[in-house]
Each structure stands twice: as C-alpha cells, then as structure tokens.
Design a protein around this ligand. Structure first.
Ligand code: NAD
Length: 495
C-alpha cells in the first residue's frame, strides 16, 4: 500500500502541488509513497495562514503557551515508538537510533517549557533622574524552518519548538526524502493545544524553498543541510533582509593521543563513525592518530568495524541500516573506489561485505594513511567510511583540524588534562568533546559549528535560539510633573 503525503496548513492535512517526488523505503529500495511538492502560490497561501495565526498566538499568555510544550512533551514521550517507526521506515536508521533522535528533540521541548523564563526581558531603574529602562523580547512574526533528511524529527523539534515558544508562527519545509515525521510532529502540536496555523508543514523542493526566501512576510530562516545549500540560503535570505542561521556540512576529527585508553578510543570512534550509517552531521569521519599508537589503534578499529551487522533498521540485531537513496550509496562507493588510487590503504572494505540484496545498503569501510588533498579527506562523504590520518605530534593534529574548512564538532581522547585543555582552547571548532566522541550539547546550551559548518552568528536551540527568534525592544521612560518640563535642544545625556 503506497501513500501520499501532502501538507499541513491551518491545523489540517491539505493536498497541493502539481508535482510530486517518490518516498523510498531504504531497506527495500521500493518506492513506498509520494510527497507533493508545493508551488510558489501554495507557499504564499500558507504564509498568509501563518501570519494570521501568529497575531493571536503571540498575544496569548506565555504561561498558556508553555502548557502546550508540557503537553507536547507528554505526547511525544508516550508515542516515541510510533514516531521512531516512521523515521526508520523513511530514513532507514535502526529503531534505537530513531528513538535516540526523538529523545534529543524532546530535550528542546523541555527547555522550551520554561519559555516564561526564556522570554523575560531586563530592566534598569533610575538610569538617569526619574528615567527607567526596560528591554522586552518580541516575536518576529512568521519564520521558516528548512530541514535535512538525516534527522527528520530532531532538527524540526530543535527549530520549530523554540520559534513557536517565542511567539512566532512557523512554516516547516522538511526534507522531501522523509517528510512524514514532520507531519506527525505538527499533528502532535495540534493535539497538545497549539492553535491552527501556528505550525504549518509545507512539503517541497527548491521551488518551495525559494518562495520562502523571497516572501516578504517571512522574517527569518533557520536551515540545516549541506554546505553549498546552506551558503545559498544564507546569501539569498540575507540579501532580502531576513535574519538567517544556516547550518552546513561537516568533517569531524577525533584525535587519539598516545596516552589514551586505545580500547575506549576505538569503541568511541567506531560507534561515532558508523552509527546511523555515518549520516550524522556529528559523525566522526576522521581519526587522527598521534605518534606511535597508529598501528595498534588501526588494528582495534578494524576488529570492531568487522563485527558490525548491517541490516534492516527494524531488525533489532542490526547495528546500522541502509543509506537514504541509491544515489547516496553510489556516491559512497565512488569515494571508496577512488581512495586506493589516491594512496589510501583500505583496511576494511565496505564493497565486499555480505549485505541484504535489495535496499540501499553499504558495508563499513576503514581507510588508513589518508591525507589532506585526497577526496576522501577533503569532502564530506556522509556515509559509513572512517579515515585515519597519522600525525607525529599534538601540534600537527591541531594544525590539521584548524586547516579544515568544516568545523562542526571534534574530539580528543587522552588521559592528560593538560593536552585536553590545550586542545579545548586552541581548536577552531564549534563543539568539542573531551573523551566524548559526539559532543552534541544538552538542550540548555546551543548547538552549532564554525566556518563552513554554519553561516550566520547564532547557534541552534537553547538560549541562543531564543535570541534568534525574538527582537529586543528597549523602552526608556520618564514620568514628569508638568512643572518639571522645559525646552532643551541638547542631545539627551544621562545626567
Ligand atoms: P540538503 O542540503 O540536500 O537539503 C537540506 C534541505 O534543503 C532540504 O529541505 C532540501 O529540500 C533543501 N534543498 C536541497 N537542495 C536545494 C536547493 N538547490 N535549493 C533550495 N533548497 C534545497 O541536505 P540533506 O542531504 O538533506 O542533509 C544532509 C546534509 O545536512 C549533510 O551535509 C549534513 O552534514 C548536513 N547536516 C548538518 C547539520 C549541522 O548541524 N550542521 C545537521 C544535520 C545535517
């Protein structure tokens, strides 16, 4: 039975768009549904609905808005299995991993339940004679959230929850490859008491994205996806005077120092490299082996990589599922094909493993002796390929990482506090793990990389997100007696 996914506008599912795209089941390779692709006119009508709804939503008491978040939390927690099954069916990741992404998305719902606190302004009494100053936070209006395929629930929950908590209305444009989780989330919001039109899901491709970028009533754009599209979104939205945060791709390095516990480091690297088939923006894709431990470390990585079971994400014995599309699979195989010619050593070969016949499955690859200048090092592969770069010293490791154009996450494994601290201070990367391979900050902090991994200046979710989704207004007030008034053409000073 195939299905059709339309849109969710004004609190109801809606059909719309002459064009559609296939939704595949990565585990079988079969087209399981179609998603309708919105036209520019459809986007415009959704923005009108959102704009109308936003006016009353932003005027609702903030304690009432917070209650929606509490209720949403209950709904998602109680029905995590349902949402996880949807994610696995369209994305392919194993069920436990899908549940993990839901849990990380829930953290932000929990943070947003404290919105009365996060929306508080500031005040200063008597800054000059009889003058008080206060700063309010106000919502922007309608904002657009454009999300990638690899976290079809978590990234939408990062963005839309905060935007809504801050009093905005949202147009969510999820990835057309796995759009069902976004519709599920929108329906859960409605069930939690969110008024119709505050959260709208518009499915589509470039046409819908461009319509959002051009629309004068869309005040801000939050984007997560690949670097070339992130750059395009940032430049286009900024030119049109919109607030924009655009998170891009990654190439995350994990440094292993000679003093590290090599078994713990190998466990961490293999888990972080091949989890979700490497389709995580925080996946470890490069291990930097420092000094004379490289041979021993590569051996430990290879032993572990060879034990991984690649299979259907719905099968509890699978460690790793398929990739998202046939094109993604072909791309990964092309990188592995090219690696040997470039001088890398293929230690574990993902092309020769036993895999299910149908579906977009790829085995895990471990490549040694990788260097900058090789395609497997320079480009984001976004698949189950782990590269090992050998360096002599800590300083060389730091220079290598700081030379990368990507700067999302990084980690160091060491038993030495001094190297750990030096790394923490010197490394030019947005999120750093000390003996933690995937340092995604908890919900009370914000998430974001540097350089080509993030265009804009605000990180996502947490406190920075409340800044992104609000405007600050500063009010200076004085209450004079009529007799105190006088004519004064001088520039006001704080005397
Ligand atoms: P993508 O860039 O192909 O797509 C992201 C979104 O942009 C989708 O909604 C898509 O419909 C839209 N889009 C695609 N092409 C477009 C175009 N030409 N014009 C306008 N819109 C377009 O990314 P993806 O393949 O869905 O996701 C994987 C990428 O996302 C990886 O590069 C990964 O590193 C990155 N990612 C980054 C983070 C982060 O936090 N930095 C998090 C998750 C994913």
């Amino acid at each position: 039975m195939t299905y059709t996914i339309g849109h969710y506008v004004g609190g109801a599912r809606l059909a719309g768009g002459d064009r559609s795209a296939g939704i595949f089941q990565p585990a079988t390779g079969a087209e399981q549904g179609r998603v309708q692709l919105a036209s520019t006119e459809f986007v415009d009508s959704a923005v009108q609905v959102a704009s109308e709804a936003q006016r009353s939503w932003s005027q609702l008491g903030s304690a009432k808005r917070a209650r929606v978040m509490f209720k949403l939390r209950e709904i998602i927690e109680a029905r995590t299995d349902e949402l996880s099954a949807i994610i696995t069916s369209e994305h392919g990741k194993v069920l436990s991993d899908a549940a993990g992404e839901v849990a990380r998305g829930l953290e932000n719902v929990e943070f947003c339940a404290g919105l009365v606190h996060h929306m508080k302004g500031e005040a200063a009494e008597q800054v000059a004679s009889g003058i008080d100053v206060l700063q309010r936070r106000q919502a922007l209006g309608v904002v657009a959230c454009i999300t990638p395929f690899n976290f079809p629930a978590m990234v939408p929950l990062w963005m839309v929850t905060t935007a809504i908590a801050a009093g905005n209305a949202v147009i969510l444009k999820p990835s057309e490859r796995d759009p069902s989780a976004a519709i599920w989330i929108a329906e859960a919001f409605t069930e939690a008491g969110l008024p119709p039109g505050v959260l709208n899901v518009v499915n589509g491709d470039k046409e819908a994205v461009d319509a959002l970028l051009e629309h004068p009533e869309v005040r801000a754009i939050s984007f997560v996806g690949s670097t070339p599209i992130a750059r395009y979104i940032y430049e286009t939205a900024a030119t049109r005077g919109k607030r924009v945060q655009a998170l891009g791709g990654a190439k995350n390095h994990m440094v292993v120092m000679p003093d590290a516990d090599l078994d713990a480091a190998a466990d961490a690297a293999v888990s972080a490299a091949y989890g979700s088939a490497g389709e995580r923006c925080m996946a470890v894709s490069v291990v930097v082996a420092v000094g004379d431990i490289a041979d021993a470390l590569v051996e430990k990585l290879a032993q572990r990589a060879r034990t991984l079971r690649v299979g259907d994400g719905r099968d509890a014995t699978s460690d790793m599922g398929p990739l998202i599309t046939q094109a993604a699979k072909d791309r990964v195989l092309e990188f592995v094909d090219g690696a040997e010619g470039e001088g890398a050593t293929i230690v574990v070969d993902g092309r020769t493993q036993d895999l299910p016949e149908a579906g977009f499955f790829v085995g895990v690859s471990l490549l040694d002796n990788v260097r900058p200048g090789m395609r497997v090092y320079d480009e984001e592969i976004f698949g189950p390929v782990l590269a090992v770069v050998r360096v002599e010293t800590f300083d060389e490791a730091v220079r290598l990482i700081n030379s990368s154009k990507f700067a999302n996450g990084t980690a160091i494994f060491t038993r030495d506090g001094r190297s750990a601290r030096q790394f923490e201070v010197a490394i030019e990367v947005g999120m750093v793990g000390i003996n933690v391979p995937i340092p995604v900050p908890i919900g009370a902090f914000s998430f974001g990389g540097w350089k080509d991994s993030l265009f804009g200046d605000t990180h996502m979710y947490g406190p920075e997100s409340f800044n992104f989704y609000t405007r600050r207004k500063v009010v200076t007030s004085r209450w004079l007696e009529a007799s105190e008034s006088q004519l004064d053409l001088g520039f006001p000073t704080n005397g």
